[in-house]
Structure formats: structure tokens, C-alpha cells
Ligand binder design. Structure first.
Ligand SMILES: Cc1cc2nc3c(=O)[nH]c(=O)nc-3n(C[C@H](O)[C@H](O)[C@H](O)COP(=O)(O)O)c2cc1C
Length: 363
């Protein structure tokens, strides 16, 4: 029973049990030897929280302002492709679960549901759109406009793909999308009639994208544009120079360049460089409220979770999503109280330090 889940690992167990091996490995897997995939999770444990006590934590709130508007939780839903493969409620179930938990949801370009339908499934919800750029700029623009017309509030341009990473689990499984699964907005934008395979989709994307294209998009776009998928202070600086309203520190959940740094390692230099001039988000390996607290203390304004929300969806549709996001929110609330913070805004760099070299996390 969903109500019996104690933590995200419970949702993972139930969610993964419900999936066949092909989809399970597609969702779970990373690139190459999956070093970055594993380190994303482990690296949050390389930080320790420095609690302050006797700070009156009778009334703790997890609420934050994201893009100037309130959200009940600083945990957003990351864009994850092909959600209908996890559960028939698909992206609409994800959106309904997110709104129940007070979370902002980001929809993937590779969504199996169109933005207007997602918005209708969660009319009170806040929605953002993840954009892959296509060689045909008209396709890119059509996708972006469809989302903005449906009320989506921000565009996250993914910078760490294409090309797609070396996903060896998928190659070994000879994984292909189920025949009936489509990406209707992309099909409409490309003027095609049949659903595209993953390989065909990546082949249509713009592999020559540069910062100048980001600047063009940001200047044309009526909503804030983020760059998603950077891991260095240098690229964060460039993102700001080219009109981005914010950055998402991300290695695509370890699915692109194996042995790129864990996001908990990359976040501090980026937060330091951005220094409050733009919004800093981070994703990758966040499984606990204390991971969220660590990310916020290291300078993130909010975080995103990909697989945890997906496990919730696979295990129990919208209810599963709401439960996963609710557990993370409750864990964060407790962590804030025990750190002596009344809200996420109270967490500072002084609330974290490096873990000792020898700890339970050392192999
Ligand atoms: C199955 C799967 C599909 C994904 N699809 C996309 C996508 O379409 N676009 C994108 O920008 N990121 C995509 N991502 C990356 C996520 O947005 C996010 O960066 C990552 O999942 C965060 O790591 P976590 O799963 O450990 O939370 C995907 C991730 C997974 C696991």
C-alpha cells in the first residue's frame, strides 16, 4: 500500500517490480559503467549538515519562491521522457501528483502527452517545459510555443544532449519503444504521421547547438529560459551572458557522459559563480530530504527529482507521485527543524561541511 511507504526506496522497490526489464532498465540505467549514476546518489552523502539548535522551530515551512512565485516545496519534478511506459496515467498522472504535493512539474519534449492535456489534468499546477532543439528551427519553435500557449511558465533548454549517451543496458536489451507509444507534440511539429523511434528522434535534433542559439531562444521567448545540463562555473557564466534566467546543474541523471562529476560536487562552484544573479537548480541522485537540505545549503534555489517521481508513477500513478514528493517534503521539513531553520531560505553554506575522509560512505 502506498500509505505504507516509509521512504523513496520503498517506492523504487514497488515501482521497479511493476516494470518489465526493458522499460525498467531504460528508466534506471546510466551511461557506460554507470560511475556517474552511482556517484550522483553517493555524493550527497559526502557532505555533513551542521545543525544549529535552540532556534524556535515550532513553525517550519518548506515553502519557497520559484521564479518569483510560491511553491509548497523546493522539490520539482524533472523532465523524464516516455512516461506512458511507466503507467497509463503518464504525464497527466505525474502532473496531478505534483500539484497534490505542491510541486512544480517540468514536462519533457519527449512527452507522450501534449502540454494542453497535462495542464488540463492539473489546472492548479505550475508547469515548465524542457526543450530539445531540433535541426529544423521551426520544429523547436512549434514545441516551445505549444507549451507556452498551454500556460507553461519556463523553458529548460537541455544542453547535455544530443548526442544520446552510451546506454549499455538498452543496447544489451535491444530496447525499443513499444509500438503504440508516441510523442504527439513532436509528431505534430515534424508533420509526421508515425511515431519516431528514440534513434530517429535524436537524429532529428540539432547537434550543432551553441551559446548563440541559447541567446536567440532567450531573446525570442516570452517566458524565462534555463540552461539544463551544465557542470562547470565557466558554462554557468556563459549561460548568464547569453540571457538565461537560470541554470540546472545536471548530468542528465548519469545518462550522458560517464565519469562527469556528481552534481553534489559540481554545485558549489556554480552557486558561487552565479552568486544570486540567477536561479540555480540542481538534479541527480536526490533521494532524501537531507539531500535536498544539503543542495539548498550549497546554494541551490530548488532541486529536481527524476527517477523518484517516476518510481512513484510506476508504482501508483498520481497517488504514487504525490506520496514520493510528500515524503521528500516531510523529510525536508524535519531536516530544517533539526538544523534550526524555519524555512529553506534560512539554510546557508554554514549549514554544511565536507564529510570526514573515512565514513560509512567510503568503500
Ligand atoms: C528515464 C529518464 C528519461 C529522461 N528524459 C529526459 C528528457 O527527456 N529531457 C531531459 O532534459 N532530461 C531527461 N532526463 C534527465 C532528468 O531530467 C534529470 O536530469 C535526472 O533524472 C536527474 O537524476 P535523478 O533521476 O537521479 O533524479 C531523463 C532521466 C531519466 C531517468
Amino acid at each position: 500500500m502506498i500509505a505504507d511507504w516509509i521512504n523513496v526506496a520503498d517506492a523504487q522497490r514497488v515501482g521497479e517490480e511493476k516494470l518489465e526489464q526493458g522499460p525498467r532498465d531504460y528508466f534506471a540505467g546510466g551511461a557506460g559503467d554507470e560511475v556517474t549514476l552511482r556517484e550522483n546518489v553517493a555524493a550527497w552523502g559526502h557532505w555533513r549538515l551542521r545543525p544549529r539548535v535552540l532556534a524556535d522551530v515550532k513553525a517550519v515551512s518548506t515553502g519557497v519562491a520559484v521564479l518569483g512565485k510560491p511553491a509548497r516545496t523546493p522539490v520539482l519534478v524533472a523532465p523524464v521522457a516516455y512516461q506512458r511506459m511507466a503507467h497509463p496515467e503518464a504525464e497527466s498522472g505525474m502532473a496531478a501528483g505534483a500539484v497534490e504535493a505542491g510541486a512544480v512539474m517540468c514536462l519533457s519534449t519527449l512527452s507522450t502527452t501534449r502540454p494542453a492535456e497535462v495542464a488540463a489534468a492539473a489546472p492548479q499546477g505550475r508547469h515548465w517545459f524542457q526543450l530539445y532543439a531540433f535541426q529544423d528551427a521551426g520544429v523547436t519553435r512549434a514545441l516551445m510555443e505549444e507549451a507556452i500557449d498551454a500556460g507553461f511558465e519556463a523553458i529548460l533548454v537541455t544542453a547535455d544532449a544530443p548526442p544520446g549517451g552510451n546506454r549499455e543496458r538498452d543496447r544489451r536489451n535491444r530496447f525499443t519503444l513499444p509500438k503504440e507509444l508516441g510523442t504527439p507534440s513532436l509528431t505534430a511539429a515534424t508533420g509526421g504521421e508515425v511515431a519516431l523511434t528514440i534513434e530517429q528522434t535524436f537524429a532529428l535534433m540539432n547537434h550543432a547547438l551553441t551559446w548563440a542559439d541559447v541567446a536567440d531562444l532567450a531573446s525570442e521567448c516570452s517566458v524565462p529560459v534555463f540552461v539544463k545540463g551544465l557542470l562547470t562555473a565557466e558554462d554557468a557564466e556563459l549561460a548568464l551572458d547569453h540571457g538565461a534566467a537560470g541554470v540546472v546543474v545536471s548530468n542528465h541523471g548519469g545518462r550522458q557522459l560517464d565519469r562527469s562529476p556528481a552534481t553534489a560536487e559540481a554545485l558549489p562552484e556554480i552557486a558561487e559563480t552565479v552568486d544570486g544573479r540567477a536561479t540555480v537548480l540542481v538534479d541527480g541522485g536526490i533521494r532524501r530530504g537531507i539531500d535536498v537540505a544539503t543542495a539548498l545549503a550549497l546554494g541551490a534555489d530548488a532541486v529536481l527529482v527524476g527517477r523518484p517521481a517516476l518510481w512513484g508513477l510506476a508504482a501508483g500513478g498520481r497517488e504514487g507521485v504525490a506520496r514520493v514528493l510528500g515524503m521528500l517534503r516531510d523529510e525536508l521539513e524535519l531536516a530544517l527543524a533539526l538544523c534550526g531553520c524555519a524555512s529553506p531560505a534560512d539554510l546557508t553554506r554554514a549549514h554544511v561541511r565536507r564529510a570526514p575522509a573515512t565514513s560509512v560512505y567510503s568503500d
